[in-house]
Design a protein around this ligand. Sequence first.
Ligand SMILES: *[C@@H]1O[C@H](CO)[C@@H](O)[C@H](O)[C@H]1NC(C)=O
Ligand SMILES: *[C@@H]1O[C@H](CO)[C@@H](O)[C@H](O)[C@H]1NC(C)=O
Length: 354
Amino acid sequence: MKGMHHSRCLALFFAVLLGLFSLSSEIEIKNQHRELKHGDSNYVFNHTLAITLAQYSSAVYTFDVSALFSWTCARCTADKIKDFEMVEVIVDIAYCLQAFIGVDHNLNAIIIAFRGTQMLSIRNWIEDILLIKLDLDYPGLPGAKVHSGFYAAYHNTRLRPAVLSAILKLKNTYGNISIIVTGHSLGGALASFCALDLVINSGEKDVQLMTFGQPRVGNAVFATSFNEYMPKVIRVTHQNDIVPHVPPYSSFFPKTTFHHFSREVWLHEEIVGNDKQLVEQICDNSGEDPTCSRSVYGNSIPDHLDYYGIVLSSDGSYTCKLISTDGVEEYNEGVEGNIRLSRNPNPTLFRQSS
Ligand SMILES: *[C@@H]1O[C@H](CO)[C@@H](O)[C@H](O)[C@H]1NC(C)=O
Ligand SMILES: *[C@@H]1O[C@H](CO)[C@@H](O)[C@H](O)[C@H]1NC(C)=O
């Protein structure tokens, strides 16, 4: 039994590999600037917000932690995020995770961004994900199963305590402001668990989540519960990005396989006249809309690393190495001394922008 399951997964993996580099993304993209409304919900997909959060999800990959903390890194100067008030950068060295928290005064919201995988070979990382299991009951949600690795990467590392204390600090300064959680790839999986945690365990009322190219993280019951607790969720996917297709979903076994939560917004190119235009397709509320990314063969790594022309991958070395202005320090699994750069929020910034 176990062997059979294994070989099916491997067969799928090789099928996926075959198509890996068949797609080139060297086409001109023309954005259609438009705001779209969900068919049956009041929550609106906002194109401008999507670009903004993709810029944050790109910035959190920044290798130089001190440039990230001082918000002087190259990606930190992107147009929509340059006025960000950074409050905390967290690096969990043992698990090679990175996140930051601060305030976007234009959005009047706390932003929490999680970095994706730092592995040199994204293909190896995807291979790992293909084999993961629904091996953990999500606490307090009967029947909801998730993958323990994604769950633990947020809950059982330095990330969660640092996020919770930073939110307390920010709420003390700014009062009742909303929270937006974002991330790309593995960072999208971490962002999902963080957002749900804030609603379920911290009682936060106004939490939004937008992820880019995230993998599936739980089963159908988890997806349903997720959407009940988290009505303001957008899961952006891009063209043939492979990662939203893993771990596999099977329409024959919808209850026992991984299942996405809604709502997907699928970015893809369409030919309009002589132009290629980027379409932002608002998908149905099933989480597994067959007319969105599931309508294509998910086989592209380049499509995974580029959303709206924004680079979503590491800006430096692909190892867990820490570079700061104080020099270079390499860290390996098991090394102690996680990094947490922290400052107090600055209420004068708030007054200036409002
Ligand atoms: C979309 O979000 C931007 C901020 O990112 C905001 O200025 C704009 O009003 C929003 N549009 C709608 C239709 O809500
Ligand atoms: C905080 O904000 C939320 C969402 O905007 C609102 O529903 C709630 O009433 C506010 N609470 C307070 C104490 O202002």
